[in-house]
Design a protein around this ligand. Sequence first.
Ligand code: NAD
Length: 268
Amino acid sequence: MPRVGVVGAAGKMGKTLVKMIQESPDLDLAAAVDLPGLQVIGQDAGIVAGIGEMGVSIADDLAQVVADIDVLIDFTIAVATEKNLEICHKAGTRMVIGTTGLSESQTARLDEISSSVPVVFASNYSIGVNATFQLVEMAAGIFGDTVDVEIIESHHRHKVDAPSGTALSLGEHVAKGLGRDLASVSRHGRHGLTGARDRETIGFHAVRGGEIVGEHTVMFIAGGERLEITHRAQSRANFAEGALRAAGWIVSQVPGRYDMLDVLGLAR
Ligand code: NAD
């Protein structure tokens, strides 16, 4: 059975992952890690996740426990993931990365490392969102240059990056369907004297508030009609379920960078 490590084990996603690994007959929690200095360091990961003792205490240094695991699941922050990538690279340990907000240079390093260690990196591990990726690409291909495309995302007030990684991935799929380069056509928010809308552009808008788990709408706005494709996440369990599926899958893959469409067998 694959031995799994969870870094960010005391976080919202980390606790959900620990709980669902405990319930999984196919995966074994072998290590849990979080930030040095936190009160939870040394405590049992199961107790911190609210499900009772699991016999794995939360460590504060991945390098000390990396030899005990086959795959690391990382839902933390970009600077932590950058460091964890180097540790897993050195140890030859596979990774499932959910952290969003990675910089260009951090993503480039991830690409380099994935040429020698198998890595799944997905902006969204939910199966519904991955279906949405396919649907928006198809809709973009059908409409072509006859519509304006706007992407609106809503998340809880604690989220530190914008737009969400999922919104950017939706943008990538729309751009692919339209045959455009996302980096040169994306526009983030509008303010002041913006001028008329340029059809080539793909707009992004971020709403933050309360405890919204994650909502994404892609609007295809034509002259006389509007198609909206919306996904609403209702709990973090769906992200954790996808990440655990990815962890079970990546242990038998050759080195490379994969995403959730690969895990689901939907990559084209
Ligand atoms: P959170 O703030 O609740 O948890 C993050 C955890 O990481 C915390 O426990 C924190 O202490 C820990 N951490 C920070 N720096 C660390 C370090 N250097 N070493 C070890 N641990 C460290 O956040 P969250 O809601 O669980 O989200 C975490 C990340 O996952 C975010 O980037 C979020 O956008 C992303 N996310 C991705 C998906 C997806 O499907 N890809 C889904 C949900 C969240």
